[in-house]
Design a protein. Structure first.
Length: 113
């Protein structure tokens, strides 16, 4: 089995929820106050805060308080470990499919002879 990376697990856990993905999509445009992130959901503010805490623990966002307003911002390079893992998986599967293709082509060639 591949090496276990707890930070990668936290990232996938954070990305597994549609509410958190929606918040990340919104934050990709610009930082936003928590109330603005909560507005499009039907969730109460404490629930939204828990979702944002998961994103922050995964390193996907940062937050800061200015007076009574907590603002969240996207961490641009935070998805790099996910992208690297996905690239590795894609390369492995492409190599497997290439070997399968070569095997099938060889079998077809052998059947013709």
């Amino acid at each position: 089995m591949a090496k276990y990376d707890p930070s990668l697990s936290r990232l996938f856990h954070a990305l597994a929820d549609d509410t958190r993905r929606a918040a990340l999509t919104r934050l990709a445009h610009s930082p936003a106050p928590v109330k603005e992130l909560a507005a499009p959901t039907d969730l109460k503010l404490p629930t939204v805060m828990r979702h944002l805490a998961v994103l922050e623990e995964a390193g996907l966002i940062t937050s800061f308080k200015d007076g009574r307003t907590r603002t969240c911002a996207l961490v641009p390079d935070a998805l790099e470990p996910v992208q690297s893992w996905m690239d590795e998986q894609r390369a492995q599967w492409e190599a497997r499919l290439d070997r399968l293709d070569a095997f099938v082509m060889q079998m077809m060639k052998d059947d013709e002879q």
